[in-house]
Write a protein that binds this ligand. Structure first.
Ligand SMILES: [Zn+2]
Length: 539
């Protein structure tokens, strides 16, 4: 095939090329989420980021495209999640009701759904996601699904055959796959439709599910305007039919044989007679080797992300990793620093002159463009390496930004001395984020506090004291670079006949009251030799 020869620097461009072949006038890119618990960056990958990147790619190529983010707030409340400051018993009576009919776990919100969706919706703009937010509950109430529900009831027998064929289920003849919201108890998980006369359905609230029981009420109603809804796989397909969806991803678990993708695609084609969307699975995003769970409460939300990293970094990560590869993110080790380093490199690549770029740089340049939320400045902004930021933040907790800029510049860690207001804003932000990271996520061995006095209970032997004395002498003698100072440490160890490890441990203990710390030579130069001399002379 001709297509496979085309180079795609960003995976989203490859998907966009496939979408182009569908020859639709207007692309509609979907993501959806049920606001039953906490939204996390693992949800964000298939439901917001993948759609956003594909939407951007289509627009870059001059196509008309929009992104919809469907909030499935008509779904049932089926579990009281952990991590909430509530009495579980207070909410158990609401199990089985639509999420929009369940009270908020926190005061000040209209419903359970409103509470959980707030943070996500507040963050869309901050992550550069321009999506129309659509509530399923409101869509049903407004009658948008009325036609689809009628189609489903009229073609129930065809649906039953497809369902049984694809999923190996054994749905019995007469099955009517529509769920009524019980007029007596308000639950939709417990009702069963028993007849359809073309106008009204009869139902009974007599189904027991593992989290709640029906109230035994029987009724008859017109299945419209939010009085009834479709079960998940039909709801999914109906949404594509209603909105004209051309792309939707989803977690890879939906894509198994007999899974919801296969079933819903068949319903879309054969029941709603609509062209189903292109669907490509998105792999999981793991944090510390673990899948995040919105009901377990072990989540990193989009809002959490903004406390320790720039939103561009999340977009960068999503654009870098192919959609079908697992991302194993790690907030407690240097994997996180590596992500920040790669972003820095991509930014440099973007600002390099075109002619010089290798293939890898061209790719980084493209990924960088996809990561941007604001307009890219004319010249490269000042970069402050994340790990340097953590060192600076801890070494000088009380210095002003201008003082820090002097220090960073004198060590060559930032490349300009005169900074624009944008540069200053970026540096301030990076320092603030790294402080938050240190506080919340950093492992103990990365954290330190520079001592004002030599720790009282510190015991050093004569050789160690002598070695630190030689450091003082050396520092007073001349100007050192990281490299020459590092070599000098080894000379001193030889002269005093102590082990390197003992020497470093002694130095860190005096400076930080810890056995380990950041690389000693650059750290001493950063801290300033006066401070080091002052402490070392006191021992
Ligand atoms: Zn009921």
């Amino acid at each position: 095939m001709e297509k496979s020869k085309i180079e795609h620097y960003v995976w989203a461009d490859k998907v966009a090329d496939q979408l182009k072949e569908m020859k639709v006038k207007k692309h509609v890119i979907h993501g959806m989420w049920t606001p039953s618990g906490f939204f996390h960056i693992g949800n964000a990958r298939p439901e917001l980021m993948v759609p956003s990147l594909i939407n951007s790619s289509l627009k870059n190529q001059g196509l008309i495209s929009k992104q919809n983010f469907i909030i499935d707030d008509f779904d049932d409340f089926d579990k009281v999640p952990a991590g909430l400051d509530i009495k579980k018993e207070d909410f158990e009576e609401h199990l089985g009701k639509p999420l929009r009919e369940v009270p908020s776990p926190v005061e000040g919100f209209e419903s359970w759904a409103h509470y959980f969706q707030k943070d996500v919706l507040d963050c869309l703009d901050k992550f550069g996601i321009k999506a129309n937010v659509i509530s399923s509950y409101d869509s049903y109430k407004n009658g948008l699904f009325d036609e689809a529900i009628k189609i489903v009831l009229n073609k129930a027998e065809d649906i039953r055959k497809i369902w049984n064929d694809v999923t190996n289920a054994k749905k019995q003849k007469g099955w009517l796959p529509v769920m009524v919201v019980c007029e007596n108890c308000g639950k939709s998980a417990t009702t069963k439709v028993v007849s359809w006369d073309g106008k009204e359905v009869e139902y009974a609230c007599n189904q027991n599910v593992d989290y709640t029981k029906g109230c035994k009420h029987k009724g008859k109603l017109k299945p419209e305007k939010g009085k009834a809804k479709l079960p998940w796989r039909l709801h999914w397909a109906a949404g594509w039919f209603i909105y004209g969806t051309s792309f939707e991803s989803g977690g890879k678990d939906h894509f198994s044989s007999g899974g919801s993708v296969q079933t819903s695609q068949a319903f879309c084609k054969e029941i709603f007679k609509a062209q189903p969307p292109l669907q490509t699975p998105t792999e999981f995003l793991l944090v510390d080797n673990t899948k995040l769970s919105g009901s377990a409460g072990n989540v990193i939300s989009l809002k959490d992300w903004l406390e320790f990293a720039e939103p561009e970094l999340l977009r960068f990560m999503m654009a870098s990793y192919k959609q079908n590869t697992v991302i194993n993110f790690d907030l407690h080790s240097n994997k996180f620093f590596l992500l920040a380093d790669r972003y820095e490199k991509a930014e440099q690549s973007y600002f390099e002159k075109e002619g010089k770029k290798e293939k890898r740089d061209l790719q980084l340049t493209e990924i960088y463009k996809y990561s941007q939320i604001k307009e890219i400045p004319e010249k490269i902004p000042v970069q402050l390496n994340y790990s340097i930021a953590t060192m600076i933040a801890q070494t000088f907790p009380n210095k002003t930004l201008n003082e820090l800029i002097q220090i960073l510049h004198s060590h060559g860690w930032i490349h300009r001395k005169t900074l624009s207001s944008y540069d200053k804003e970026r540096l301030t932000k990076r320092l603030e984020l790294s402080k938050n990271w240190l506080e919340k996520y950093a492992p103990e061995d990365v954290k330190f506090t520079v001592q004002e006095e030599v720790p009282k209970d510190l015991k050093l032997n004569a050789e160690e004291k002598k070695a630190l004395g030689l450091v003082v002498k050396a520092l007073k003698q001349k100007r050192w670079t990281e490299k020459t100072l590092f070599e000098e440490f080894y000379d001193i160890c030889e002269k005093t006949d102590i082990k390197n490890t003992d020497f470093f441990r002694a130095a860190y203990n005096v400076l930080l009251n810890k056995d380990r710390g950041p690389k000693l030579a650059p750290f001493i130069l950063t801290l300033g030799k006066e401070k080091v001399i002052e402490l070392f002379e006191k021992i």
